[in-house]
Design a protein around this ligand. Sequence first.
Ligand code: G6P
Length: 455
Amino acid sequence: MSRLIVVSNRVPDVAKGPPPGGLAVALESALELHGGVWMGWSGKSSGAKEPGPLSFHEHGRITFALSDLSRRDLSEYYAGFANSVLWPLCHYRLDLTDYARKDMAGYFRVNRFFAERLRPLVQPDDLIWIHDYHLIPIASELRRLGVENRIGFFMHIPWPPPDVFFTLPVHEAIISGLTAYDVVGFQTGHDVDNFASGLRREGIGGDVGGRWFEAYGRRFRAGAFPISIATRHFADMASEAMNTAAVRRFAESLEGRDLIIGVDRLDYSKGLTHRIDGYEKFLTANPAYHGRTTMLQVTPKSRTEVPGYTAMQREVAERAGHVNGSLGRLDWVPIRYVNRAIAQNVLAGLYRLARVGLITPLRDGMNLVAKEFVAAQDPDDPGVLVLSRFAGAARELDGALLVNPYDIEAVGNAIAQGLSMPREARRERFSPMMKRLLEYDISRWCSDFLAELSG
Ligand code: G6P
């Protein structure tokens, strides 16, 4: 079996125990199975002008190879091009893109740096798997350095349609960077279609049947690999969590009210203010529910170094405060807004307590919270998922109440429909979704991608 090399911007700190997310767990177990290297940013600044040297540590059959980045790298590559250009662009937010030339140069410089550091570690039969929008140019850099191994890329976030993508001044360098891979994975067929129409519109290539594409004289494969979760593990964790003190205390604090839950990183793509407005609409249209529901919105802070994120924190807190101030009573707070991370097993228990999971991003590559919410439910008495049609997960989770998150009244109506749905209807919606998640879990996702990459 070939060794595996994974490169991602963030790398879990396995010294602190098993990684929290399903993706990190899946990649770690694939790496354990194949043996190999996981390279990426250490999460720290080197405090110097240059990135730090690679630091290596072994964990089972995995060698972690991490590097601190300089403050300039972090500002230009991470906060700049990756998160102030590619992130908003891929989430269709042209109004938020900031095309500074120096950030673009910094992005390509850091990618070259990772490729040059990786080159001496690559052995002839290694499979190389690069993750996410921070690192698109790595394959073309590796090819320039003479690496002929099979290299795959997975895009965790959406791929936009041509008219959005072509607003990027360096769109050609990004697209030709993708064509240097052997396999390019997207979350959904919609993303693949957008990518294919971009190639065609530029006249540089297109799909030639099956999953095969041609561009710039290279042949490669591209397809949809919808990412998933460790479904069985998450379901077990949720049912065990019901007996923990934290979940019990929370359940008591509800005093019999129906729980509506939302969990998201603090990000403009998540549609948080629209969601709060939707909940307000639900309450104003359904006075009978006053005092009888609690919305819990858990929103850990994120990317505080990127302009715009801090302002949004204030905006969301203000919206929640407005609803509580105008509709709350002495003995009832409509929204509990928590601005920090909560342990994953506690979250799993909270999902299971909830009558409605309210996951309404304006645009999302997949949204694993939606999948976790489903996996956490009690199969006998499941809650209802209200899900944005613009999340990748909407293509698989067809038992959800799908909503247009921009349509505030529709969101309000879906909440009311979810809360009043009879048990039998809830079960009918839940079962096929759970079946799909059990069949297609994160390890299946990982092995499918690696099978395609192995050729
Ligand atoms: C998204 C991206 C990931 C990223 C995560 C957290 O899920 O697809 O690549 O790691 O957000 O964002 P952060 O900027 O904190 O790494």
